[in-house]
Design a binder for this molecule. Structure first.
Ligand code: AP5
Ligand code: MG
Ligand code: ZN
Length: 220
């Protein structure tokens, strides 16, 4: 199963992606997580990506597209994958389509987690993330069992640098201009499915499973 997850910053893409990836046994590929890992390791890619991410801007297309293509060629993607945060521009969507066409493959769905802007700021400013495993928490809506510690790996959770209010508003503007148009693109391709992302995390996940189907070995 090959899925693209669409939705504004803070919609819950990362939160749902972890559950979908477990449920359907497909790798969760988050370009944001790949960049943050490289930033933490101070690699050349990380140094370049940081310049853009800290301002709330997108990392340049050519760099991002090459990284995703390399990742999708890995063996664990043979049975499918879940793309979280990619594509984010028309050029990225075209590159993904070309990549799939060249391999005789097709996307199964572009799943939009629909959350109006009014919900986003509270979600983003209350978010805490695990720098080790990428798990995402919220101080009010999804707190870890032990205050300040990741449930999965025990690492101290932190606030993302780009989750301060000024950067969040820039990221939302970038989303409106560059990423939201992809909703119509996938709609015209007949691939768009929509889930109401304002409901509780477990309810959103149930609805996603209803959309994707109950058979986890389903290779449709
Ligand atoms: P990225 O890491 O992808 O950030 P984003 O798209 O801005 O999305 P977020 O990760 O902020 O939100 P999310 O939808 O994953 O929400 P989450 O599940 O955490 O990208 C970061 C940066 O990297 C970009 O700004 C850009 O610079 C660069 N980049 C990445 N990809 C790129 C690309 N393709 N091209 C160019 N540049 C790229 O949830 C948010 C909070 O809400 C959490 O606290 C969570 O616990 C809570 N929450 C989740 N669901 C619910 C719910 N149903 N109810 C209540 N609270 C909820
Ligand atoms: Mg995310
Ligand atoms: Zn962790």
């Amino acid at each position: 199963m090959k899925i693209v997850l669409l939705g504004p910053p803070g919609a819950g893409k990362g939160t749902q992606a972890k559950s979908i990836s477990n449920r359907y046994s497909i790798p969760h590929i988050s370009t944001g997580d790949i960049f943050r890992k490289n930033i933490a390791e101070n690699t050349p890619l990380g140094i370049e990506a940081k310049k853009h991410i800290d301002k709330g801007h997108l990392v340049p297309d050519d760099l991002t597209i090459d990284i995703v293509k390399d990742r999708l060629k890995k063996e664990d993607c043979d049975k499918g994958y879940l793309l979280d945060g990619f594509p984010r521009t028309a050029m990225q969507a075209e590159a993904l389509e070309c990549f799939l066409n060249s391999r005789g493959e097709k996307l199964n769905t572009a799943l939009l987690i629909d959350v109006p802007r009014g919900f986003i700021l509270e979600r983003m400013t209350g978010r805490r993330v695990c720098p080790a495993c990428g798990a995402s928490y919220h101080i009010k809506f999804n707190p870890p069992t032990i205050d300040g510690r990741c449930d999965i790996c025990g690492t101290d959770i932190i606030q993302r640098k780009d989750d301060v209010e000024s950067t969040v508003s820039e990221r939302l503007d970038v989303y409106d201009k560059q990423t939201e148009p992809l909703i119509n693109y996938y709609k015209s391709e007949g691939l768009l499915t929509i889930v109401d992302g304002t409901k509780a995390i477990n309810v959103v996940f149930e609805e996603i499973c209803n959309i994707l189907g109950s058979n986890k070995n389903d290779n449709y």
